[in-house]
Design a protein around this ligand. Structure first.
Ligand SMILES: [Zn+2]
Ligand SMILES: [Zn+2]
Length: 346
């Protein structure tokens, strides 16, 4: 790779986000900009108010469902198709994080730059698996970049939920799950484990479940939580009820039959976080890479230089240095806030 073509020369880390200079666009900008490429639909990455947005068809659909079209012009680019922008070739490849989530692969003058957005390596029946793209600079998140974070197999966590349902058939099992990605993955994992009863949904989760189904992700029978269940005496004993994490400790959940609160998040590894959220049954199910998967991914893409957008960058930079990889902390403000990376709220 010629020094001239190194991505450091044509990608700038600005307060708004990563900016491709010859292409004239930002990746996941945190403020409204003229031209944005969006990795996925989570609120810290996909914001309203950009002039033009380029994303996968699924992410475009999610953005429109969440905040309408506004004045934004959307361009959908399916996985694997290449387009040129100001001499830069751009393609989107699966990141394995949520439906439509993509890594942005940029090539310019012989240098290749990959911005992975949020990603995971565990199999997920609701989205396309992460694809390894060798590159000169790899941009990663570091949400769970400490050796303590090792996510167990999700099947084992689902088995714990099913065991609890058997043990407490009179209690409604209310599972806190983010509306985009986690809720649908939980349902798909329950179906894989043989749970064929209806799954009950808080109203805030219904739109995105329908959107997933419209994009070919079957979720089985879903029902809104019936009004009767909210009256005196509660209801839905022995059933699975999915709700946003913020609703777990509210009157909404308390009206259900002896609600047993669970939450599915990588943060459930940290007992204190589970306790703060009043979570009885913490399920460690994450849509982000854990420490071993993060390091394995960096080794697989083979990038001599790794840029870290947000999260715990210190331990990662140290670990990379020991392997001769140069780490650079971007500490982008505004990423890592909100729905997919915050612990269950109290
Ligand atoms: Zn995300
Ligand atoms: Zn994120």
């Amino acid at each position: 790779m010629a020094e001239l073509n190194h991505p450091t020369r044509w990608i700038a880390a600005k307060p708004e986000g990563l900016y491709c200079i010859p292409g004239g666009f930002y990746i996941d900008p945190v403020r409204p900009v003229e031209r944005a490429v969006i990795t996925h639909g989570h609120a810290d990455h996909a914001r309203a108010g950009h002039g033009a947005v380029l994303a996968t068809p699924e992410t475009v659909a999610i953005m429109k469902a969440r905040f309408g079209e506004g004045g934004t012009s959307f361009q959908a680019l399916p996985y694997g198709q290449t387009i040129g922008l100001g001499g830069v070739s751009l393609r989107l490849v699966p990141a394995g994080h949520v439906l439509g989530s993509a890594q942005v692969v940029l090539e310019y003058g012989g240098g290749r730059f990959v911005a992975s957005g949020d990603y995971k390596r565990q199999p997920d029946p609701t989205c396309a698996p992460f694809e390894v793209v060798p590159c000169d600079v790899f941009v990663t998140e570091a949400t769970f970049a400490l050796p303590v974070f090792r996510h167990p197999a999700p099947e084992g966590e689902i088995a714990r939920l099913l065991a609890s349902l058997e043990l407490f058939p009179e209690r409604a099992h209310v599972v806190g799950a983010y509306a985009l990605g986690k809720a649908q993955r939980l349902i798909a994992l329950l179906r894989q484990a043989g749970w064929d009863r209806p799954v009950y949904l808080h109203g805030a989760l219904q739109t995105l479940c329908s959107l997933y189904e419209a994009h070919g992700v079957p979720l089985g029978e879903l029902r809104p939580v019936p009004p009767a269940a909210r009256g005196s005496g509660g209801g839905l004993g022995g059933e699975v009820v999915l709700a946003p994490p913020s609703s777990l400790a509210t009157a909404w959940a308390r009206r259900l039959a002896e609600p047993l609160t669970a939450a599915a998040s990588g943060w459930m590894r940290v007992r204190q976080r589970a306790r703060q959220g009043g979570v009885e049954l913490p399920l460690i199910i994450s849509d982000h890479v854990d420490w071993p998967a993060l390091n394995a991914t960096i080794d697989e893409v083979g990038a001599p230089e790794v840029w870290i957008t947000h999260g715990r960058d210190d331990a990662l930079i140290h670990a990379l240095a020991q392997r001769g990889i140069q780490g650079r902390a971007l500490a982008l403000i505004g990423l890592g806030e909100g729905e997919d990376e915050e612990p269950a709220a109290a």
